[in-house]
Design a protein around this ligand. Structure first.
Ligand SMILES: [Zn+2]
Length: 139
């Protein structure tokens, strides 16, 4: 690998030369904090991302988790809820309204909570690993 390729592969679009102690991406992701400093808030509301960190001024324009959080939430929450539904049907066989009253709110609450956590974790991992879309080199 040439020195030019080394330079391009380690250069992050959000690298402004600021030095911060490394933070645990899972901890800051679940807390919804900045992936660089760990202090400023990442989210503006439930799931929308703020334009930049209020503590270290990191531009969050790089943050694009795409469909990743939704895929994890669908698979994990779906596995938990369907497992509980099957277990309840086999052991108790309650009427259908019991499923609606119990599992509709459970599904919504688990999905919203884990979607926020997943999005925070994936953005923190994206920052830590300098992940970005592939680009064709101009060389
Ligand atoms: Zn920050």
């Amino acid at each position: 690998m040439s020195s030019e390729q080394d330079k391009n592969s380690t250069e992050a679009p959000h690298n402004d030369g600021a030095l911060f102690a490394p933070v645990d991406p899972f901890k800051v992701g679940i807390q919804g904090c900045c992936p660089r400093c760990g202090h400023g808030k990442l989210f503006d509301g439930l799931l929308s991302i703020k334009p930049r960190c209020s503590a270290c001024n990191l531009d969050y324009a790089f943050a694009d988790a795409g469909d990743g959080p939704a895929v994890f939430v669908i698979l994990i929450v779906g596995f938990i809820v369907i497992g509980l539904v099957l277990w309840m049907q086999v052991n108790y066989a309650p009427p259908i309204w019991v499923y609606i009253v119990l599992f509709a709110p459970l599904t919504i609450i688990l999905s919203l909570l884990s979607l926020r956590w997943c999005k925070g974790i994936l953005i923190a991992l994206q920052y830590r690993n300098n992940a970005a879309e592939g680009r064709i080199s101009g060389d």
